[in-house]
Design a protein around this ligand. Structure first.
Ligand code: ZN
Length: 272
């Protein structure tokens, strides 16, 4: 049973790439939008953004390259653990973490919740174990290599949900939280659907970066270059984007949100 959904802002990056992400000026303003659910199974995090240790030891955790070019705002108050405390909740009550994928800006908070079970697609975790150059830039395994409790979900199984396939529900949450494979951005990228009283929130992670992309008529050249550069499999990414565009146009009871769009975040609350 899900009682309440909080929207958390768990990181800010301002790299000099605004035109590439369809923003004005030079410096982009990219946030890490995460969700915190209060449930009858304790607290549940959907993505974790940057964690406390990333803010305290940015060089060691993220490396010089990211630290220098990512222009990450060094503000420990943005860590999910700090915000949970600010809400008057106990971080030790975080029992489950669902991650869209394990890129550094989504997995950083895992180490702040050693007691939680992390739910992730198996193909995503497997990709973090390969040492290719591009994987070494995107995955910072120090963020989660000591984590003990994992639930690896096979994306070859599962049922259909609207126009999407191979969806896994969790009996523990009476199918109110679903892992929805949206492969492409990374090897095992997944959306996470959360049931609301009326309809669903579909957290899409990095399956798209700007709400503008949900309208297929928009021409967003810079953004498409940027996203194909980051993509593990661009063909799959585009195919899944098409499915999300369909949902955005045809299913008004599904609220789509991605991880990095400020405009979407502001629909729920002001930036902290
Ligand atoms: Zn990201």
């Amino acid at each position: 049973m899900i009682y309440k959904i909080h929207h958390l802002h768990c990181g800010t990056m301002c790299p000099a790439c605004a035109p590439l992400v369809s923003q004005k000026g030079l410096k982009a303003h990219i946030i890490c939008h995460c969700l915190l659910l209060e449930t009858d199974r304790g607290l549940v995090l959907i993505d974790t953004g940057l964690g406390l240790q990333d803010y305290l030891h940015p060089q060691q955790r993220l490396g010089t390259l990211l630290h220098k070019f990512g222009k990450i705002e060094n503000n420990p108050k943005l860590s999910a653990i700090h915000q949970i405390q600010e809400l008057g909740l106990n971080p030790k009550d975080v029992q489950h973490i669902f991650v869209s994928h394990l890129d550094f800006d989504h997995a950083g908070g895992i180490s702040d919740f050693p007691q939680a079970t992390v739910h992730v697609l198996a193909s995503e975790f497997n990709a973090t174990q390969s040492l290719s150059f591009s994987n070494r830039i995107r995955y910072k395994t120090a963020q989660f290599k000591n984590h003990r409790f994992w639930n690896f979900i096979e994306h070859m199984q599962g049922e259909s949900w609207f126009n999407l396939e191979k969806v896994s529900g969790l009996p523990l949450f009476q199918d109110e939280i679903l892992m929805i494979p949206l492969l492409g951005h990374s090897a095992g990228h997944s959306g996470i659907a959360i049931k609301q009283e009326q309809g669903w929130i579909l957290f899409c992670g990095d399956a798209y970066f700007s709400h503008l992309e949900l309208d297929p008529k928009q021409k967003l050249k810079g953004l498409h270059v940027f996203e194909s550069m980051l993509a593990h499999d661009n063909k799959m990414r585009l195919n899944n984007l098409k499915q999300l565009q369909y949902l955005a146009q045809q299913e008004p009871k599904i609220e789509l949100i991605c991880a990095h769009d400020i405009q979407e975040f502001l629909r729920y609350r002001p930036l902290s």
